[in-house]
Structure formats: structure tokens, C-alpha cells
Design a protein around this ligand. Sequence first.
Ligand code: C6P
Length: 406
Amino acid sequence: MLDIQSIRAHFPILNQEVNGKPLVYFDNAATTQKPLKVIEGVDNYYRTINSNVHRGVHHLSGLATDAMEGARAKIQRHINAAKLQEVIFTKGTTDGINLLTSSLAKGLIKEGDEIIISHLEHHSNIVPWQMLCEQSGALLKVIPINGKGELSLDAYRSLLSAKTKWVAVNHISNALGTINPVKEMIALAHEVGAKVLIDGAQAAPHLQIDVQDLAADIYVLSGHKLFGPTGIGILYGKEDLLNELPPYQGGGEMIAEVTFEKTTYAALPHKFEAGTPNIAGAIGLGLAVDYVNEIGLANISAYEQELLEYATQELKANFSNLRIFGEAEHKTSVVSFLIGDIHPYDLGVILDKLGVAVRTGHHCTQPIMQYFNIPGTLRASFAFYNTKSEIDQMIAALQKGVAMLS
Ligand code: C6P
């Protein structure tokens, strides 16, 4: 049992009014709020040890380097990476996917090769692969979904072949909440010799990730969705694979030796970390991981499932013309919906006037909206600091909005 009131006290931003109403923050799939531990840790870094890392012989540089590398070690343990050098700091999920596709574009993918993504992907896990295919002449194939928002594994099996070089799928869909059977999907890809990237942007805040158990070749996530700062993320990769990949960007930090004739590259993880990194962000992400582990991801998931069930039940009970998009058997705490033919944006604006923050629109997943033939949805996404009484507040706000717009 989580003590939600004590937990809420860790998130100062939640204790405010928006438009004269208590804030209800249900846009956690876009970004989560930050606990004091993270806010104070970042503040403390700038107040006491701000310095560049891996460069200086001086005291502060040593402290900053230790703090950043300490954060890397915490993240390694958290996702159960076998080695520290398999954990690369990035700007976020989008940056991690672009790191891989840009690196593959340097001759590792060729005409005739095939890449498989799914219909559930965020644009971040579609567009970089399309760009890679345009550059290389490789073919992009898409795993279809069913009406509940689940991937068809039979169709996936039939797409896989010896030509498949990479499969890129999300662990959890941001628009529908579907939890995909990624462990099974990775095993199937490995049977044909393909490698797999998992987009873990939405999984990291809800599930315990074990990259070795999954056998993921690459696993990417964003710090800001995991209660950490913006502008920091993780790319995990198997060491052998990362050693084979050419660097993504050139610059300081990523070199062993530079001459005008030839440059040699640094060992992992620095080979992929050109330039001054987001030091404060990395430290903040390490603290966010500590915080999540103190609460326990199993407790978090169990409580969020309660919120999901309550919200789904209350929405269905209160609105006869409700349509929920995404009713997968395995689903996380996201409800995407429409009421009657009211445009999601109009209802979203009224909710905001009543203090309730949800996301409206296509959620950077236009192919999912095309599948359902809708312009977008209202999406309420819950975190462990949300409550059932906030869901009641959202339902009351929706009732007012529907009365005004119908
Ligand atoms: N989804 C949402 O509101 P970045 O922006 O790089 O931190 O994450 C991109 C991304 C990639 N994959 C998935 C599954 C995601 O959900 C996101 C971000 C946010 O749903 C912002 S569009």
C-alpha cells in the first residue's frame, strides 16, 4: 500500500491551483513531475560541484565526474545491464533512436535489407527508420494492429525473414497504453538473426526493466518520463554491438587520439558521448532512479492499475457515447478516449479551465489515429501520485464540458 498523501508532498508542483481549481495533472505520458530529491540534487550540483567532467585535474571536476559516473552505475543496476560501458547517456529516446539509425546509415544497412517496425510506434520510432531506408534502399515493413490496439504476432512472424536486419518496437504504446510482448518478439527476431531496438520511453516509469532478461540489443528511454530532468536519456546496448557501430557524432570526449591524418575513437561509453554531456541531468536521473526504487516499481504498477480500472469504469458509467481507444489485455495507466463527436481539443481546453491537464491530439502517433479514422483523442495518463478523487474531478469537468459542447 502506497501512502499517496506523503508521496504527493514529495512533488511540490502538484500543490497548486490552475485557473482557480486544484491542479489535476494527468499528462504523465508526456512528461512526469519531479520529486524534491531530483530538484534538490540538480540544484545542489550547480550550487556546489558544477564543473566539466572527464577533463579537469581539479577538485570540482573530479567530484562532478564521480557524481555523473555514479549515476551511470545506478542506471546500470536499475536496468540490469551486464556492463557499465553498455549504458550511454543521450538526450532522450528520440536521440537514442537517431544515434542507432544514423550509425547504421554508415554502411551497415544495405539495399535489400528489411527493417520491421509496428503500427503502434511513436513518430520517433518511425521517421528515423524511414530516413535510414531512404538513404540505404532498405525496405520498411509494419506489424499491423487489431481493434483493441494489440500487435498481431502472427503477422509479425510472417514478416520476419533472413532479410530482416532490425526490428524496432515500443515496450508500451504512448497513445493506447498497450504493453507489447517484447521478450517474445525479441526471441523471434533473434531466430532469424535480426537485432532489436526497444523504445522504452513509456515503460521505464511503470515497469521494472531487465535488459538481459529481455535480451534486447538496444533499449532506449527518456529521463523526463522517469521523474528525472529533461534533456537526458539512456541508450543501453550490448557491448559487442556498440563496439561494431561507428560513432554517431564527432567531437570532444569521444576520441582517443586526433591528428589531421586520422582520428581514433574512445572506448565505450564515451565513443557515443561527444561534447560536454548533460551532467546535471545525468545526476538528476540517477536520483530519480533511486526515488522510484524506494517506492518500488511493483507497488507503482499495482496502484496505477487500480487508477486505470477506476478511470475506465467511471468514464464508461458516466458517458454513454464514450469510445475508448486501446483496450489491450495488457495495458498500462493510459486512457485515450472520445465522447460523442466532440473534438478532443475543445474538451481539452474546457478541462484545462477546470484545472485538469490532459493531452489532446494525435500524440505523435498519426498512423494509430489513421487506423481508427479519428483526428485525435483525449488522453489521461496516470502516475503513482494521482488519486481516485482526481479522477472524480476529471469526470465532473468532462460532464460540464460535454454539457457545454453538446
Ligand atoms: N511521447 C507523449 O506525450 P522524447 O521526446 O525523446 O523524450 O520521447 C519520444 C517518445 C518516443 N517513444 C514513445 C513511446 C514516446 O511516448 C515518446 C514521447 C510523449 O506521448 C511526447 S510526444
